[in-house]
Every structure is written in structure tokens, then in C-alpha cells.
Design a protein around this ligand. Structure first.
Ligand code: DOR
Ligand code: ZN
Length: 346
């Protein structure tokens, strides 16, 4: 059986820089036409000038002839200025501004400490420029249980934010809870949407501990209970336009994952489309796959849908145990497991 769909975009991707960028960019480019590229490099991409330079280095890392189009983002800090948002809009290459609460995740130490106190004028300029805010939705208070941090963020940040700035476009990135599903469903279409990763559709928190500690299933926000996974699966297969594909593919070298203080981040870009197809097939909703992978994202961001196609074939294949590079190895999600759907052409 074959399934031909409009080529997907990845609305949440970490491409890194240097060796890692060269290693992973071709994987994304072989499936996706565009991607929203996260700015959490060291140092972070806080200016339009840095975003333009980063975009150039991504283009150089692509295979020749690739038509992959990186859509850039800025990293919001306490000192980002409204004029930087104007520059970002004028550049034509910046598509969103990423909010990392300071300390929430990898390279978030320069993130925002007080959104309402420090960033209000920037958020108002984003409304004027129709620039989406892309949100890592977790509070950072160490006294809040790590499994509750998304829910508390919705209550203490997102709900007040949409009250105060109802015209701000917001993408709640990589949602992990039933609470996030309900929140996004309750908001106005076209203003609030969410990206969904393959791991949060396929795994629950048991996967972190099954047969011993599983560092390659560790990401942030961390996997949650089964009932949350089920709610997210229901949301994406419902046909709602508010949910779209964002892999949050976040490569780290194997030795940095398999260590004490192992990094958060799951590498999924080479297998992500097969995994999403698995989810939709298991729900009997393959007819809804294309809207999730290829329509809802561009419609929300206000960019044209792709005209290119990809074909998925139902033909079992084994996910590689790892990808080897001169600098080290990267272990993908579902390493060594058999999947039914494979991407065969574009
Ligand atoms: O697991 C994660 N990894 N979550 C994030 O928010 C950041 C990402 C990374 O950059 O590695
Ligand atoms: Zn991410």
C-alpha cells in the first residue's frame, strides 16, 4: 500500500551548528520541505543578523540541489527590543520568536526570567508585526513537580497572556498533557496552536524506565502518563486545524546522552514521518495525516502549502541502531525497532 501526500514541514526542529548541523541537516532535508529552526545555540540566536548568518550556515550544510528552506526564529531574552522584532519581520527570514523560560531546558540560561515584567513591549510589537510567539511551556520553579510544570505554566503564564494580548499568535510547542490539549482547543483558531512530537504520541513515561534507565527517551517536557498521551493522539487525529507536526528532533551525541547529567533531547527527524503515519494508522485516521503533517502548519503561519509530494510505502524496515559520524554517534528514537511505513520518494 502506498500513500502520497503533500510534502510535510517540520514546525519545530533543532539543527544545531558545526559538525552536528552537517550531520543532521541532510536527514531533515530528505523528508521535510521547510522547518522552523530553534535558536537555542551557544550563544543563542538573539538578533536578526545572527539568524541570517545561521541560515546561511544551514544552507551550506545541505546536499547540493536540496530545496529545504530553513525558517528562522529569534531567542527571546529579558533585553530583546521591539525594534529587533521590526528588523526580524523586515528580514523575511524570521518566522517566530521563541520563549524559553530561563533554566527550563537545554541552553535556556539566557531565556526570559519575567515575561510580563520584562517583555511586554516586545510582545506588543509582535502583535503589530503578526510575529508568532513559540513557547516552551514549562515553569522552572524547582518546587513544582516536573510532571506538573506544563499545567502550571498554562495556568500562570498562558492564560493571563491570552487575556492580556488576545491578538498575539502563540504556538505551544511540543505539548505533553491533556491540560495542554484542552487549553489549545479552548482558544481561538488562528491565534493559538500546538506542535506535537512523535515521542509524545507514541510513548508514555514508563518508556523512561522500561528495562533500565532509557536516556534516549528523555526529552523536555518529559513524557507523561498514558492518559495524557491518549488525549494528544485524540487531538491530532480529530482533524482539528490547531495541531500540527513539529518533531522537536534534538540531536545530542550518544556519549552526552548516556552519561550522568545526560542531556534532554530525542533525535527523530529521519524516522519522524514513519512514526506519525504509525499513530494515524493505529487510530484508523490515515485520511487525516496529510492535514496534520502538511496543511495545518502553513495555514497557521500564513505561508503557502507545499506543492511537492512525498510517498509513504507500507513496507517494514528497521530503524538503524545508530548513525555514525566522524565526531561520534547519534542514537535515534525507536532505534533497532521495526516500523511499517517508509518514505520512498519525493
Ligand atoms: O528535550 C529537549 N531538547 N527539549 C528542549 O526543549 C530542548 C531540546 C534541545 O535543544 O536539546
Ligand atoms: Zn525543542
Amino acid at each position: 500500500m502506498e500513500l502520497t501526500i503533500t510534502q510535510p514541514d517540520d514546525w519545530h526542529l533543532h539543527l544545531r551548528d558545526s559538525d552536528l548541523l552537517h550531520a543532521v541537516a541532510p536527514h531533515s532535508a530528505s523528508t521535510f520541505r521547510r522547518a522552523i529552526v530553534m535558536p537555542n545555540l551557544k550563544p543563542p540566536i538573539t538578533t536578526t543578523a545572527a539568524a541570517i548568518a545561521y541560515r546561511e550556515s544551514i544552507l551550506k550544510a545541505l546536499p547540493s540541489g536540496s530545496s529545504f528552506d530553513p525558517l528562522m526564529t529569534l531567542y527571546l531574552t529579558d533585553t530583546t527590543s521591539p525594534s529587533e522584532i521590526k528588523l526580524a519581520r523586515q528580514s523575511g527570514v524570521v518566522y517566530g520568536v521563541k520563549l524559553y523560560p530561563a533554566g527550563a531546558t537545554t541552553n535556556s540560561q539566557d531565556g526570559v526570567t519575567d515575561l510580563f515584567g520584562k517583555c511586554l513591549s516586545v510582545l506588543e510589537e509582535m502583535v503589530r508585526q503578526n510575529m508568532p510567539l513559540l513557547v516552551h511551556g514549562e515553569v522552572t520553579d524547582p518546587d513544582v513537580d516536573i510532571f506538573d510544570r506544563e499545567k502550571v505554566f498554562i495556568e500562570t503564564v498562558l492564560e493571563p497572556l491570552i487575556q492580556q494580548l488576545p491578538q498575539l499568535k502563540i504556538v505551544m510547542e511540543h505539548i505533553t498533557t491533556m491540560d495542554a490539549v484542552k487549553f489549545v482547543e479552548s482558544c481561538k483558531e488562528g491565534f493559538v496552536a500546538a506542535t506535537v512530537t512523535p515521542q509524545h504520541l507514541l510513548l508514555n513515561r514508563n518508556s523512561l524506565f522500561q528495562g533500565g534507565l532509557q536516556p534516549h527517551n528523555y526529552c523536555l517536557p518529559v513524557l507523561k502518563r498514558e492518559m495524557h498521551r491518549e488525549a494528544i493522539v485524540q487531538a491530532v487525529t480529530s482533524g482539528s486545524k490547531k495541531f500540527f507536526l513539529g518533531t522537536d528532533s534534538a540531536p545530542h551525541e550518544r556519549r552526552r546522552k548516556e552519561s550522568s547529567n545526560g542531556c534532554a533531547g530525542i533525535y527523530s527527524s529521519p524516522i519522524a514521518l514513519s512514526l506519525y503515519a504509525k499513530v494515524f494508522e493505529e487510530e484508523g485516521a490515515l485520511d487525516k495525516l496529510e492535514a496534520f503533517t502538511s496543511f495545518n502548519g502553513p495555514d497557521f503561519y500564513g505561508v503557502p502549502r507545499n506543492s511537492s509530494k512525498v510517498t509513504l510505502k507500507r513496507d517494514p524496515w528497521k530503524v538503524p541502531e545508530l548513525f555514525s559520524f566522524s565526531f561520534g554517534e547519534i542514537v535515534p528514537l525507536f532505534a533497532g525497532r521495526t516500523l511499517q511505513w517508509q518514505v520512498v520518494s519525493d
